[in-house]
Design a binder for this molecule. Structure first.
Ligand SMILES: CC(=O)SCCNC(=O)CCNC(=O)[C@H](O)C(C)(C)COP(=O)(O)OP(=O)(O)OC[C@H]1O[C@@H](n2cnc3c(N)ncnc32)[C@H](O)[C@@H]1OP(=O)(O)O
Ligand SMILES: CC(=O)C(=O)O
Length: 530
């Protein structure tokens, strides 16, 4: 059976720039465009030339793309102006792009209220703008804003907008669910009518996620005859976001109903880079990746429940709908209070310890994990603390050092210049091989001071901890029994790029931090064979 081609249109750099808290630099835009091109997207909408300096600069010298067409977004001409006298159109025609994506109103109510023009004037603006863009040798896509609401209010007018664009020469007519309120069954039914009433038009879908249905709506539209999908990486976009291409792409490639019927520009080989692409975008935006993101999240293939884990160990297909390797993700069996021996065995295997399920030490370790988790420890995010716990049960962790006492002071005072400053100081007394040493340090805050003092003089172990760097520090306060309990998770890295995480729990935040810090150092000493 020959497959039909589906076109993927990425709007991460345009609608994605409308996400709360997202602000792309020019360098970000270039980096992301190259990444999308490499992934195999067909269109990359770079932004809105003329809207701001970044977008204008981006379109003054297009990024080098090997596959994708480069699209510039903007509105059709304003009513009451000629095409020649519309500055928005002039900027669009001056942009270094292959394609112009015009946005135009398809809802009669919007035409009257938001634009304040007649329905006829709106149609004329669409027609004249498309003709002018074609005369400037640009391919044209028309985004029919609020198409589904427009269709529900006045199907005749909404269809007229689509037909006008088609007859004026738009290559693609994109039906937008602009406020994200449409549901899959509505989208499927309305697309089917448009196909019937505007025969010959190539249709696209641009869905927003306000009912959490943007991906479902996009797939429903494809089933009804749409052949271009708009979306954004990681579901970026105005309000609740756009259809998430990071979910749509693997669905199209891995789910037989779509994979057998359609082909897309992203290959199965490139699909293996999807998790990295998604995390790189988060990294550029300084956002923590969504752990629960389908396909690419850290939890997407993480098994926590003991019953699941025991089956996954026998055959991963028992609980996985696709293989994590297909999207460049990893399978994980978590150790927590929901775990059984299978989770423990899998985690032990990961750290290179092979035990039998009936080994008494496995049961002891599981009991210990559950007791600690009841106190507030969370091992699923603290791999190094789990390994220390396991190796302690196995009697493999030497007493490298013993902290006899520590003190942390925080003082607000005037400095020599007379400015008010808050100063944190820590003093740590450590015993190693019967000898004690005392170290003091000042830090940005109490935990930083404690970390610096602890790592200032560990005697013979000093060479092993010189290149450590604290890269993440997270605190969660929750109710444990009758008292508030603080859980601290820290993450360290070293000069080889290795990362490890540890956990500490106490009613006192400094004490919890201290436990996590000492675990992190002990882990490093253990791994380096000190
Ligand atoms: C559905 C979407 O996501 S569309 C996303 C559009 N993207 C953006 O808006 C982000 C970038 N936008 C901007 O930088 C600015 O809004 C600009 C440069 C485009 C325009 O700025 P301004 O000229 O100051 O206008 P402003 O933003 O206040 O209002 C939009 C104007 O465009 C008009 N307009 C809106 N849509 C259309 C349309 N499809 N066709 C014609 N005119 C339109 C509005 O009626 C309004 O006109 P008015 O000023 O006469 O009331
Ligand atoms: C064009 C667009 O972003 C929308 O209608 O949602």
């Amino acid at each position: 059976m020959t497959k039909e081609r589906l076109t993927l249109f990425d709007t991460t750099l345009r609608d994605g720039a409308q996400t709360t808290g997202v602000d792309f630099s020019l360098a970000d835009k270039r980096h992301i465009a190259a990444m999308l091109d490499d992934l195999g997207l067909d269109y990359i909408e770079g932004g809105y030339p003329g809207a701001n300096q970044t977008d204008t600069a981006f379109f003054s010298a297009r990024p080098k793309l090997n596959h994708a067409r480069f699209a510039a977004f903007g509105m059709v001409k304003r009513a009451g102006r000629s095409v020649e006298n519309d500055p928005g159109l002039a900027t669009l025609f001056g942009a270094d792009a292959d394609t112009i994506t015009f946005v135009a109103k398809a809802w009669d109510y919007h035409v009257r209220v938001a634009l304040g023009v007649s329905l006829e004037e709106n149609l004329e603006a669409i027609r004249l703008s498309i003709e002018a863009a074609l005369a400037h040798k640009r391919e044209v896509i028309l985004d029919c804003e609020h198409f589904f609401d427009g269709f529900k209010a006045d199907p005749f007018y909404a269809l007229n907008v689509a037909r006008t664009a088609f007859e004026a020469g738009a290559r693609w007519i994109v039906l937008c669910d602009t406020n994200g309120g449409a549901l899959p069954h509505e989208v499927e039914a309305i697309v089917a009518v448009v196909r019937d009433r505007v025969p010959g038009a190539y249709l696209g879908i641009h869905a927003h996620n306000d009912t959490d249905n943007a991906v479902a709506n996009s797939l429903a539209a494809v089933r009804a005859g749409v052949r271009q999908i708009h979306g954004a990486l990681n579901g970026l976009g105005e309000r609740c976001g756009n259809a998430n291409l990071t979910s749509i792409i693997p669905t199209l490639l891995l789910k037989p109903d779509f994979a057998d019927a359609f082909e897309i520009g992203v290959s199965l080989e490139k699909l293996k880079s999807l998790t990295k692409v998604s995390h790189t975008l988060d990294e550029l935006l300084n956002r923590a990746p969504n752990r629960h993101a389908p396909y690419v999240g850290a939890s997407a293939f993480a098994t926590k429940a003991g019953i699941h884990a025991s089956a996954v160990v026998k055959d991963p297909k028992t609980y996985e709908h696709v293989s994590p390797e297909a999207v460049g993700n990893k399978r994980r069996l978590l150790v927590s209070d929901q775990a059984g021996k299978s989770n423990i065995l899998a985690e032990l295997e990961r750290i290179g310890v092979k035990l039998e399920k009936n080994d008494a030490r496995v049961g002891r370790l599981l009991d210990e994990v559950k007791q600690k988790e009841a106190l507030g420890y969370a091992y699923e995010g603290a791999d190094a603390s789990f390994e220390l716990l396991a190796r302690r049960v196995l009697g493999e962790v030497p007493d490298f050092f013993d902290v006899e006492r520590f003190r942390v002071d925080v003082e607000r005072r005037h400095n020599a210049q007379g400015d008010l400053v808050t100063v944190s100081e820590a003093v740590v007394k450590v015993r190693i091989d019967g000898e004690t040493s005392i170290s003091a340090a000042e830090g940005e805050g109490p935990v930083n001071a404690l970390d610096l003092a602890l790592r200032k003089d560990l005697g013979k172990y000093q060479p092993f901890i010189e290149d450590l760097n604290l890269v993440d520090y997270r605190v969660r306060v929750f109710q444990g029994g009758t008292d508030a309990v603080t859980r601290v998770l820290v993450e360290f890295t070293d000069s080889s790029g290795e990362n490890w995480s540890t956990v500490g729990v106490s009613a006192n935040i400094i004490d919890a931090s201290f436990q996590a810090l000492t675990d992190a150092i002990t882990f490093r000493l253990l791994k380096s064979g000190a």
